[in-house]
Design a protein around this ligand. Structure first.
Ligand code: AMP
Ligand code: ZN
Length: 666
């Protein structure tokens, strides 16, 4: 086998595995084996740049930064859909269609209306070329780099299909992935995303495609646009699209009469709550493509299609009580406790009220009758009060002034939507929450110790801070409820092992407000030790890349607190990694100190990420876009022409990968 054949074979295999996993939902190879093959292909491609292919499976990890998304005019306009809200509306639409076509026997297709962000994928000669958002329907943004990271989109459809075409679809965030992203945000003390749709559409406009690659986005297709007259019906074109690798949901169905359309609508009106993603309606289309052409378009929408919108599930119930929850960072969330009521297949007893402003805006009071809705948002929300049912003796709601757990006076900083309990070290949920965060997988990753045990240990007064974990002995924990000798042993061993966790994770584990995983990495890299970080002043902190006022202030608050200083000393005494290890300092120099680099194009010896790491390890800075401040552009193959022009314009030095290696004596 020649190298070229070997590369082609690996690409084919990886494409097939991607399809099995991301489109068919059935893994046919382990992640580990997949990774080995991908690495093998990466190495072959790196050693044989002549065979570079922008649609290779290796090109899906992202890494390209887009500062400004280019505006692109759609070859075929992307229309909206007319909406309908009742069966009468649908019958009216059927009549209009029948009249134009001059026949009563019309075949329809029924599809779910996927709730995300529309996308137009262009394919030429069977190859993926570009992806553009809907925009205003005439022009959209080129988001190709970001879309390429979505593994369920085939970059090279495989099989008999049209060759020059556009695929129209919806970029969505399935519920499971959405929840997972929010859990991580909550764990980092960050505000949670509101709903999957906004999060999906926001993801398309992220500047760093490597970030997009990390999000569990999916793409569901609903239309093939082509001048090749290979298929006679919409249904047939989509069935064939599915065969060559596109994710066309199997929920799509043919309906030979409007009554069959009603059946579909009725079925999904309730069944939609069991889908892995959100839908807000049904789209009904005339199936025959020639009939579609005859019907044409209004100024806004096709005449051959109509959306049927489900009513957002809504009920009314009584508000019994407002309680307040305290999070790990002390943030208070008001919760409405409702008379239990059935809504969209689940019993709802509670709804979030977000913050004091929200309560004031709704003017919600105890014993009010309220409307609860479960629409785009996952957590039911209270949309309004039924003022006609308000009891005459009702009193305005006074927001809590004291912490429900520790009675401390709540505080609210200017500009903050939330109230906080300031009693960091004496408030039970904060103590437990902080320790639970400390031991979590992305932090100290302590095996053998779970969230409930932490709570138990705290209640038994065995721990009141994460530093206390390191003083625990087997003898102390064995007497605990449901604690066997073996699990006690595992727990202590897990705690012991966490002493090897590297500094950047320890820093994240400390639970400093606003210091999430990424920020912790940045800080660890810059300051190299907790001692350096704890003495940094405000100016020093904000001079670090990506550290703003809010984070800087939070770090200062942390390092000025005596209890924290004592805690750090105890951790130090126990041998926790509170500085970057010598091994990771190896290969690091100051050769590129104060030099700003922009990396652009495709490289061969190092991957983009390795290149960036090499710049940072040697004291340089990587910037996403070219400006007067840029010192060097490391230019690989296929560097964008606009970047090149800008660099020449500003007189920035353009160097090759080789030149760069020379600079650092690689
Ligand atoms: P609207 O934004 O309400 O005008 O609805 C039109 C949008 O619905 C289109 O731009 C598509 O992005 C989206 N959509 C979701 N599912 C479908 C589907 N099955 N067929 C057509 N459009 C769909
Ligand atoms: Zn408290």
């Amino acid at each position: 086998m020649t190298i070229q054949e070997k590369i082609a074979a690996l690409r084919d295999q990886l494409r097939q595995y991607n399809h099995d996993y991301y489109v068919l939902d059935s893994a046919t190879i382990s992640d580990y084996e997949f990774d080995i093959k991908l690495k093998e292909l990466e190495a072959l491609e790196a050693a044989n740049p002549a065979f570079f292919d922008s649609n290779s499976p290796t090109q899906r990890v992202g890494g390209g930064i887009t500062k400004n998304f280019e505006t692109v005019t759609h070859k075929n306009r992307m229309y909206s859909l007319d909406n309908s809200y009742s069966k009468e509306d649908l019958l009216d639409w059927e009549k209009r269609v029948q009249k134009v076509l001059g026949t009563d026997a019309i075949e329809f297709t029924c599809e779910l209306k996927y709730d995300g962000a529309s996308i137009n994928l262009t394919f030429e000669n069977g190859q993926f070329i570009k992806a553009v958002t809907r925009g205003d329907g005439f022009q959209g943004d080129d988001v190709t780099k970001n879309i390429k990271t979505i593994r369920s989109i085939p970059l090279l459809p495989n099989g008999d299909f049209v060759s020059n075409f556009e695929m129209r679809g919806e970029i969505i965030l399935p519920l499971k992935g959405f929840h997972k992203m929010n859990e991580e945000r909550a764990a980092n003390g960050e505000e949670e995303y509101k709903n999957p749709r906004n999060t999906a559409s926001g993801s398309l406009k992220l500047q760093d495609s490597a970030e997009v690659a990390k999000r569990p986005l999916d793409c569901l297709l609903y239309q093939v646009v082509t001048e090749e007259r290979k298929y006679k019906t919409h249904f047939e074109s989509l069935e064939n699209a599915r065969k060559v690798g596109f994710k066309v949901p199997k929920t799509m169905a043919l309906a030979t009469s409007i009554n069959a359309v009603f059946d579909f609508v009725n079925h999904w009106d309730t069944e939609r709550h069991n889908l892995p993603y959100e839908t807000d309606g049904i789209v009904i289309k005339v199936n025959n493509l020639q009939q579609q052409e005859e019907l044409g378009y209004t100024a806004k929408a096709p005449r051959w299609a109509i959306a049927y919108k489900f009513k957002a599930a809504q009920v009314s119930t009584i508000l019994h009580e407002i309680t307040y929850q305290v999070g790990r960072t002390g943030a208070i969330t008001p919760v409405a406790n409702l008379a239990p009521v059935q809504l969209a297949g689940t019993t709802v007893k509670r709804a979030s009220l977000h913050n004091a402003d929200q309560i004031e805006k709704l003017d919600i009071r105890i014993n009010d009758t309220v409307f609860v809705e479960k629409g785009g948002e996952i957590i039911p929300k209270i949309i309004a009060v039924d003022f006609t049912k308000r009891p005459t003796d009702s009193q305005p709601t006074l927001y809590a002034t004291k912490c429900p757990e520790c009675e401390s006076e709540l505080v609210r900083a200017a500009g903050d939507a939330k109230h906080y309990c300031p009693n960091e070290f004496g408030c039970a949920p904060q103590i437990t929450g902080r320790i639970q965060h400390f031991i979590s997988r992305k932090a100290m990753d302590i095996d053998g110790l779970g969230g409930e045990t932490v709570d138990l240990l705290r209640k038994e007064n065995l721990i009141s801070s994460y530093a206390d974990l390191y003083d625990l002995t087997e003898a102390q924990v064995i007497p605990l409820e449901r604690m066997a000798a073996k699990s006690a042993q595992n727990m202590i061993a897990g705690i012991e092992k966490s002493k090897e966790i590297p500094f950047e994770k320890v820093l994240f584990a400390l639970g400093i407000r606003f210091v999430g995983e990424t920020v912790a990495k940045k800080l660890a890299k810059h300051f190299k030790s907790i001692d350096n970080l704890m003495v940094a002043d405000f100016e020093t902190l904000i001079s670090v890349d990506e550290i703003g006022d809010r984070i800087a202030q939070s770090i200062l608050d942390f390092s000025n607190d005596l209890s924290n200083i004592q805690m750090i000393n105890r951790l130090k005494h126990h041998g926790i990694q509170l500085a970057v290890s010598a091994a990771s300092l190896e290969n690091q120099t100051n050769k590129l100190e104060a030099k700003i680099f922009v990396v652009s194009g495709v490289f061969y010896q190092l991957s983009r990420n390795e290149l960036k790491k090499a710049i940072e390890d040697n004291g340089g800075k990587v910037s996403a876009s070219i400006s007067k401040k840029t010192n060097f552009i490391v230019a690989g193959d296929n560097m964008g022409p606009s970047k090149l022009a800008k660099a020449q314009d500003l007189g920035v030095a353009i160097i090759s990968e080789q030149d760069f290696m020379g600079m650092i004596d690689y």
